[in-house]
Ligand binder design. Structure first.
Ligand code: SF4
Ligand code: SF4
Length: 129
């Protein structure tokens, strides 16, 4: 019989589990394993950041409920799309509104203005409402 093609989380994790392999009640029996799960597949909206305007205040890093903001040498360095769920908190908290949310279905992966972490230095993002 042909092997069924895996999608979503199963494709990312590379393993398919049957119901007998899942702990009773769906309990999480291993601490600190959230990094192993590809929860970014739930996302409807994708955050993007204008790194020319960003002042590295790190408010987004503090407030992201999923620790999806990369921080390097005191700078905000984009988003971890494997775990970001697109909740928009970072965009709402950003004091200068240099984060915008776009629909995943409308985002063009081949758009060279953004790198793999959703950073741009060529497009101005100013989401003042
Ligand atoms: S959209 Fe939500 S989960 Fe994604 S980086 Fe922003 S605050 Fe974090
Ligand atoms: S909240 Fe806005 S200005 Fe502050 S680090 Fe994040 S993206 Fe940059």
């Amino acid at each position: 019989m042909a092997k069924k093609k895996l999608t979503g989380f199963l494709a990312a994790s590379g393993e398919a589990k049957g119901w007998k392999d899942i702990p009773e009640g769906g309990l999480i029996i291993k601490a600190g394993n959230s990094e192993e799960y590809y929860t970014g597949g739930w996302r409807t909206f994708r955050p993007l950041v204008d790194k020319k305007r960003c002042i590295n205040c790190m408010q987004c890093w503090i407030m992201c409920p999923d620790s999806c903001i990369y921080a390097e040498n005191g700078n905000m360095e984009g988003f971890d799309y494997n775990h970001c769920k697109g909740c928009e908190i970072c965009a709402l908290i950003c004091p200068i509104k240099c984060i915008k949310m776009v629909k995943e279905s409308e985002f063009d992966e081949s758009d060279n203005n953004y790198d793999e972490r959703g950073r741009t230095t060529t497009i101005e993002i100013n989401e003042k409402k």
